[in-house]
Design a protein around this ligand. Structure first.
Ligand code: PLP
Length: 414
């Protein structure tokens, strides 16, 4: 019973966890888990608003939100209430039965999208993309199409179907060859897309801004061109909005900024506010490509996750968070852009989804220095730091980070 952290609420996260202490939990993590994640740099035990606490009682401002997931921050009363009440009422129905939250959620998503469509609910991003890919395969079989197009450096997930669409050699190649013919084009190059997409192409998979590549936006007009190319050839346009949607860019969906409508849309991350959920939406005819028996998921449409997602969407609307994201995102970006530091080359992205672009490969050291200074950020690329804070972050919290950033950079610059 030693090392109970001073700030920990008794009984909050379970005595065994707190008693273990960060150092020994880290060792036990390393011994018990497969080495695919390496060893993460902190043990988190508790969160409140935009702050989290580690097992040693240290507090951090969370500027990554569990990879753009904890959209309402931590312990938001609306999310806590929705999850607790639904867990008590009915935690699971399976797809053998209908539950009310899943129906409300599908209707709510379609209402926000303002285009007729149909929803499939999954449990994660990669599963949402697997559903989209199976829709594309059905389209290919029905029309005699033979291949798929995706972008270099794009990220669509780790399961083999989604991985086959992922344009990063380091995580893809060792698991190939893949059963589907996927051809990669440079992201943002409309001419290259036009060349690659013929009447034999079944679907084009793109992110509205490439998240894992380092929050890289395309040039203006790229998605208008992509829409035209798909219309001209009959290929489905599949937008992976797993990271970009649900207010992250200051719009419900990033493609609404571009003023286009995809044929298929995938969602996950921020939708559940921390509860696992994914969604695949098919518009128009793409919404009815699956026949009965073509696809399924035991946990998909889980009522607790659906209730959490409804709480996220309701809170974003009620609290005017889209406008808040635009305002605070601009404040964050302008604050970074106004700093003059030899390690800083610029800032990119939109809303509360930004990359601090560095002059060299210092991201890992800056992430570590930021953590020592009490800020959680993400070294998304060797030369880029990703910021994706909770959508509820305050002006004071943004300013606290901007105030601390020069010293964090200087510690690394030496
Ligand atoms: C995170 C992410 C995925 C994969 O989601 P998981 O929930 O980790 O499976 C797919 N596409 C994009 C754009 C993502 O950001």
């Amino acid at each position: 019973m030693s090392q109970v952290s001073p700030s920990a609420t008794p009984g909050h996260a379970g005595g065994d966890l707190l008693d273990a202490g960060a150092a020994s939990l880290t060792e036990r993590f390393e011994a018990a888990f497969m080495p695919n994640y390496g060893v993460p740099p902190a043990v988190l035990v508790r969160g409140e608003g935009c702050h989290v606490w580690d097992a040693d009682g240290r507090r951090y401002l969370d500027l990554i939100a569990g990879i753009a997931v904890s959209s309402l921050g931590h312990g938001h009363p609306a999310l806590v209430r929705a999850v607790s009440e639904q867990a008590a009422a009915l935690a699971h129905s399976s797809n053998l039965f209908i539950n009310e939250p899943e129906v409300l959620l599908a209707e709510r998503l379609l209402g926000l999208l303002k285009v007729p469509g149909r929803v499939f609910l999954a449990n994660s991003g990669t599963e949402a993309n697997e559903a989209a890919l199976k829709l594309a395969v059905k389209h290919a079989r029905a029309t005699g199409r033979k291949y798929y197009v995706a972008a270099e450096n794009g990220f669509h997930g780790r399961t083999l179907g989604a991985l086959s669409l992922t344009g990063k050699a380091a995580i893809r190649d060792q698991f190939g060859p893949f059963p589907l013919d996927v051809r990669f084009v440079p992201y943002g190059d409309a001419d290259a897309l036009k060349q690659a997409v013929t009447g034999d192409c079944a679907a084009v998979f793109l992110e509205p801004t490439q998240g894992e590549a380092g929050v890289v936006p395309p040039p203006d007009g790229y998605f208008t061109a992509a829409r035209q190319i798909c219309d001209a050839t009959g290929a489905l346009l599949v937008l992976d909005e797993i990271q970009s949607a649900i207010g992250r860019t200051g719009h419900w969906f990033a493609h609404q900024h571009d003023g286009i409508v995809p044929d298929v849309l995938t969602l996950a991350k921020g939708l559940g506010g921390g509860l696992p959920i994914g969604a695949c939406v098919g518009f128009g005819q793409a919404g009815t490509l699956f026949a009965k028996g073509d696809h399924g998921s035991t946990f998909g449409g889980n009522p607790v996750s659906a209730a959490a997602a409804l709480a996220v969407l309701g809170t974003i609307e009620r609290d005017g968070l889209l406008a808040h994201v635009r305002e605070l995102g601009d404040r964050l970006a302008e604050g970074i852009a106004s700093l003059d530091h030899p390690l800083l080359s610029g800032v990119r992205g939109r809303g509360l989804w930004r990359a601090i672009v560095l002059t060299g490969d210092h991201a890992a050291q800056i992430q570590a220095a930021a953590q020592r200074a009490g800020f959680l950020v993400n070294a998304v690329q060797p030369d880029a730091i990703r910021l994706a804070p909770p959508l509820v972050i305050t002006e004071e919290q943004v300013d606290a980070f901007l105030g601390a950033l020069p010293a964090i950079l200087s510690e690394v610059a030496g």
